[in-house]
Design a protein around this ligand. Sequence first.
Ligand SMILES: O=C([O-])CC(=O)C(=O)O
Ligand SMILES: [Mg+2]
Length: 204
Amino acid sequence: MSVNELAEAGVATVYEARGRRGLIDESFEPLLPGRAIAGPARTALCGQDDNRTVHEVMAHVRPGEVLVLTMPEPRPVALLGDLLATQALARGAAAVLVDAAVRDVADLRELGLPVWTRWRRVKGAGKNVRGAVNVPVTVGGATIGPGDLVVLDDDGAAVVPASDLEATVAAVRERLAKEAGLRERWRAGELSYDAYGMRAQDAS
Ligand SMILES: O=C([O-])CC(=O)C(=O)O
Ligand SMILES: [Mg+2]
C-alpha cells in the first residue's frame, strides 16, 4: 500500500472512492501542469495577509511533505515566492498548496517545485503576525490536519485523513478496477445510456 497510489489514481478517483468526501472544493492553478502528487500535509495558518508563518513552517518541513498555506480569510496576497520556495525545495517538500497568491511565477516554474495556487498576484505579505504551524486548517471547505494525505493533480486537490489511508487505498484499487472494466466496454462501443438502464427508463 502506498501514498503514491493515491497520486497515480488522481484527485477525482480518490474523492469518488471515498464516497465523495475530502474534496478541497476551490479552484487551484497548478504552476506545473501534468504533475500528480500525494504526501502528508505540513500546515501553516498565517496571520491575515502575512507570511511570517510561512518562514516559520520551513523549519518544520520534512521530505515528501505537502506544504499547505492559508490564512483566516484567503485573499490574493503573495504568501510564497521563489525565495521561500527555494527553502521548501531544499527541505525536500513534495509540493505546496497555497490558499492565497504566489509571485515570482517564472522562477517557481524554473525551480521545479510543484505549486498549486489560488491566485498569482504580486501584492506583498506582511512579516509581523505569528500565526500557527502544524494545526488543522480549512481549505476549500475541507479540514486538513497535519499528516493527512493531500492529493494534487490537474483537477485540483483532495484530502484523505491519515487514519483513512488504508481503507482509501483499498477503495481506490476497487474503483480503478471497476473503471477499467467499464472503459473496455465503452471502447468496444457499448453505451452507458443502455448499460445503466437510462434508455429503458426514457422509453417507458
Ligand atoms: O518574500 C516574500 O514574501 C515572498 C517572495 O517574494 C519570495 O519568497 O520570494
Ligand atoms: Mg520574491
